[in-house]
Design a binder for this molecule. Structure first.
Ligand code: DC
Length: 238
C-alpha cells in the first residue's frame, strides 16, 4: 500500500509527540518532531553567542548548521543531532523552552526548517508533529489532527517529563512558559499556530495516550479506506 502524510499540530505539551511516535511505529512510518528542529536552532544560536535579532549572523548560522535525526537503536527514538552530535537532552531543557518561541518567529528560521521538513516528507509515509504542519509544511497531508488540552493538565504532564530527567520545575513556571509559547506561536506573522480548516480537533484533557493513538489510527484507516475506494493509489512523490 502506498503511503500518506499525517500532520499533528497543536499547543505545547498536549501529547503530540508521544501520540505521533506511537502512530508512526504502528504504521511503520517515519516520525519527525519538527519542534526539535526549532529547539536545535535555538541551542546552536545560544552556543555560538548569536543574538536572535542579528539577522545576517542568524542567516549565516542557518547555512552553517547541520540539523539531522539519528535513530537510537536502544530506544527506537529519533534523536536530534546538531552538527552530527546528539543533543536530545539539552534541547528539552527549560532554558531552551523559554527561548525557542522567540527563535521560531524569525522568518529565515521558519523558511529553512519548512524546506528541510518538506524534503524529509517528500516520499510520504511520515507522521510529523508541530504547529504549522497541516497549514504550511504539508497543506496536502491526507490526515490532519489539531490537538489541544487544558493548560494545567499540560503543565503537570510536562512537569513529570522534566522530573524524569532530574529537572524539577514548579508547575506555575511551566504554566507561564506554556501560556507564553502558545501566545507567541499563535500570534506570529509567519505560519502561526492555527487549526487547518480540514484538521480534526482532538482535546486530550481527559484522554490516555492509548486513546489518543487509537483516535488517530481510526482516522488513518478511514482515510486509507476512502482513498482506496476512490481508486487512489497514493502518491510516492509530490
Ligand atoms: O513541539 P515543541 O514544544 O518541542 O516545539 C518547540 C517550539 O518550536 C514551539 O514553542 C514553537 C516552535 N515550533 C514551531 O514554531 N513550528 C513547528 N512546526 C514546531 C515547533
Amino acid at each position: 500500500m502506498r503511503k500518506i502524510v499525517i500532520a499533528i499540530d497543536g499547543y505545547s505539551s498536549c501529547g503530540k509527540s508521544t501520540t505521533a511516535k506511537a502512530v508512526a511505529a504502528e504504521l511503520g512510518y517515519a516520525y519527525i518532531d519538527s519542534g526539535a528542529m526549532y529547539r536545535g536552532v535555538t541551542l546552536y544560536l545560544l552556543e555560538h553567542g548569536i543574538s536572535f535579532d542579528d539577522l545576517p549572523r542568524v542567516e549565516q548560522a542557518l547555512h552553517d548548521m547541520h540539523i539531522t535525526f539519528k535513530r537510537n537503536r536502544k530506544t527506537g527514538r529519533n534523536e536530534l543531532c546538531l552538527d552530527g552530535v546528539i543533543r536530545e537532552d539539552e534541547i528539552r531543557q527549560m532554558r531552551i523552552s523559554n527561548l525557542v518561541s522567540e527563535v521560531s518567529v524569525i522568518p529565515a528560521v521558519r523558511h529553512a526548517m519548512v524546506r528541510q521538513q518538506q524534503r524529509m516528507g517528500r516520499k510520504r509515509g511520515v507522521v510529523m508533529d508541530g504547529r504549522d504542519i497541516g497549514t504550511t509544511v504539508f497543506p496536502d497531508a491526507e490526515v490532519k489532527i489539531f490537538m489541544t488540552a487544558d493548560v494545567l493538565t499540560r503543565a503537570l504532564r510536562r512537569q513529570e517529563e522534566l522530573a524524569e530527567k532530574e529537572e524539577h520545575v514548579p508547575v506555575e513556571d511551566i504554566v507561564e512558559n506554556l501560556r507564553k509559547r502558545d501566545h507567541l506561536d499563535s500570534t506570529r506573522a509567519e505560519s502561526p499556530l492555527r487549526r487547518a480548516a480540514d484538521a480534526v480537533l482532538l482535546d486530550t484533557t481527559h484522554m490516555m495516550i492509548d486513546e489518543q493513538v487509537d483516535f488517530v489510527l481510526e482516522r488513518v484507516s478511514a482515510m486509507l479506506f476512502s482513498l482506496a475506494a476512490n481508486g487512489w493509489q497514493g502518491s510516492e512523490q509530490k
